[in-house]
Design a protein around this ligand. Structure first.
Ligand code: MSP
Length: 540
């Protein structure tokens, strides 16, 4: 079976997670579910980045004594795990950079590179950005401002260990130009290439003197230093799959890796990381996708700027699955997006309450009323294949969108089916068919609507797994969508007739009650608490 190894960045545990972090998780979870559904063997790894100055500072701020950083991170990590659980993130491994196997792998990598002559000791003098944990040259930051976060840089002069970078610069450009390293979207690939073409790479500082920082992995060849947090963290991608002691497992997963990251950490992944791997004699990563940022008031949402939206609060208020839907539908993956609660409510009401929710409720009410709650056979007399044809085209078009990791487009395509089904109801007017006593046509129309909704549930599953399952069950299906393999035309179920004739439907509560907004109090106040409760139960 073909394999896919999917990774998220490891999140800093200096405070609780925000929407930016949830975004990568939800996207990766959707990819993983989609690939599993399509018959791939998927290994999905996420985790936390726990060493370095940022974390040490946060520990002190939280009242922990020096040397007690591990106890501090142990209080934060469960908040990430809890949020991922709430968001329905089904990962296969959660790795922490304080895990013994990770620390041992970092030491092994350092030893190998040191023994291969790829690491040297020298004095560094230049700019340093503490929040980003990054060194900058005078050319890169002529104004003493961090090019990434726009905060003031500090001057630093100290002796450190460096990884030689320029030796691999040409090879890296080749890997990006000719493969195997594929960087998406195109704009990010060009950004990396132009950076590599315009600059000779400076050696990468990979250590911190213990006199300045002790919270890190000690260098195996010099006990006066700890490892630079980025050098440490990037190694998770191989320490988590057996690089230290299970070469066969490593070899089976590494060639299929796809790193999903935010665009702010592109250089670390597309330049430092491949060169670290080349220094070890390993192949560079296969794919890197850098998504955009969620922006609030024109600025990147970030902990340090204090403009974060709390995902827990959104979930509490509106339910998990509408939140997943909104993040993936509202903005094309790769682009920046402005997060706004009023746009969220607008999208919820339009797409989920009106289009999808109504389609399901109306159809099931009609199936109960006109065909005694049992899915009829399509019969000879359906005569109108438009809805069926529209449905049959959907999975293929969604898979093209998935090929570009364009979740928004994939959902837009799926909603063409939802809307076509709603239109079909209006056109066919089943109530008229019933009045006219045309049971054969009526049965056929019910059949087509149910199949369209069944296919919608299957295709929606990667994005909104609990909603898809709830729809599936309301259609009377007893199987678990998670176990369904679906590659129309090749294997698994066919795109049409996913719900067998004879199935008894099980109509339940409406999935997405409308959010009525009290104008006087502003958009932040959905009308009734009770309504909210229903939504949370139905949609999460
Ligand atoms: N610890 C490093 C990653 C090491 S990976 C070996 C790190 N951590 S982070 O917690 O600061 O950020 C993690 C991810 O969250 C990054 O991909 C970053 O782009 C993403 N986001 C943080 N804020 C974001 C938004 N406002 N919007 C979208 N994603 C953003 O960097």
């Amino acid at each position: 079976m073909a394999t896919f190894y999917i990774t998220t960045p490891l999140y800093y545990v200096n405070s609780k997670p925000h929407i930016g972090h949830s975004y990568t998780q939800i996207a990766c979870d959707t990819v993983a579910r989609y690939l599993r559904q399509s018959g791939f063997d998927v290994f999905f790894m996420t985790g936390t980045d726990e060493h370095g100055e940022k974390i040490e500072e946060a520990a002190v701020k939280a009242g922990f004594k020096a040397g007690d950083e591990k106890r501090f991170v142990d209080t934060i990590v469960p908040q990430f795990i809890e949020l991922w659980k709430k968001l329905g993130i089904r990962y296969d491994r959660f790795i922490r950079t304080t895990d013994a196997v990770h620390e041992a792998t970092v030491k092994k990598v350092l030893t190998l590179l040191f023994e291969n002559g790829k690491i040297t000791k020298k004095i560094y003098e230049g700019w340093f950005c503490t929040p980003c944990e990054t060194f900058w040259t005078a050319t890169q930051a002529p104004d003493g401002i961090c090019p990434d976060c726009r905060r003031a840089l500090e001057k630093l002069k100290e002796e450190n260990y460096f990884l030689k970078m320029s030796e691999y610069q040409g090879a890296l450009v080749e890997h990006i130009r000719k493969g195997p390293l594929c960087i998406l979207p195109e704009i990010r690939r060009n950004e990396v290439l132009s950076f590599l073409e315009k600059n000779e790479l400076a050696d990468l500082c990979i250590s911190r003197p213990k006199s300045r920082l002790s919270w890190g992995i000690e260098l195996p060849f010099d006990a006066n230093f700890v490892t630079y947090v980025w050098f440490d963290a990037l190694i998770n991608y191989i320490s988590g799959i057996g690089y230290l002691d299970d070469r066969a497992r490593f070899d089976s997963l590494w060639p299929s890796v796809c790193h999903f990251i935010g665009k702010d950490i592109l250089r670390h992944h597309a330049i430092y990381w491949p060169i670290m791997l080349m220094g070890l004699g390993e192949r560079p990563p296969r794919r890197i996708f850098a998504h955009g940022w969620w922006v609030v008031g024109g600025e990147k949402m970030s902990k340090s700027k204090g403009n974060v939206v709390d995902p827990m609060a959104m979930i509490e208020k509106y339910g998990v699955e509408p939140f997943r839907y909104y993040l993936l539908r509202a903005v094309q993956f790769g682009q920046d997006g402005t997060f706004s609660e009023d746009l969220f409510v607008e999208k919820y009401n339009a797409d989920l309450a009106n289009d999808l929710g109504n389609l399901l409720n109306r159809t099931l009410a009609m199936v109960e009323k006109y065909v005694q709650g049992v899915i009829p056979a399509r019969g000879e007399k359906v005569q109108d294949d438009r809805l069926k044809e529209c449905a049959l085209g959907i999975p293929g078009r969604m898979s093209v969108a998935f090929g570009d990791w364009d979740f928004s487009l994939a959902l837009k395509v799926l909603w063409e089916l939802v809307n076509a089904a709603n239109k079909y109801i209006e056109e066919k007017a089943p109530w008229k068919l019933s009045k006219a006593g045309d049971a054969a046509t009526l049965g056929g129309v019910m059949y087509d609507l149910v199949q369209s909704i069944g296919l919608t549930a299957v295709c929606l599953y990667p994005f909104m797994p609990a909603t898809a399952q709830a729809i599936w069950e309301q259609l009377g299906m007893k199987t678990n969508l998670e176990d369904l393999r679906f590659r129309p035309g090749e294997r698994g179920v066919a795109a049409w007739s996913v719900v067998p004739a004879g199935t008894k439907i099980k109509k339940g509560a409406p999935l997405f009650p409308r959010i009525e907004v009290e104008q006087s109090e502003g958009i932040q106040n959905p009308k009734s608490k009770k309504q909210n409760e229903n939504r949370k139960h139905a949609g999460s």
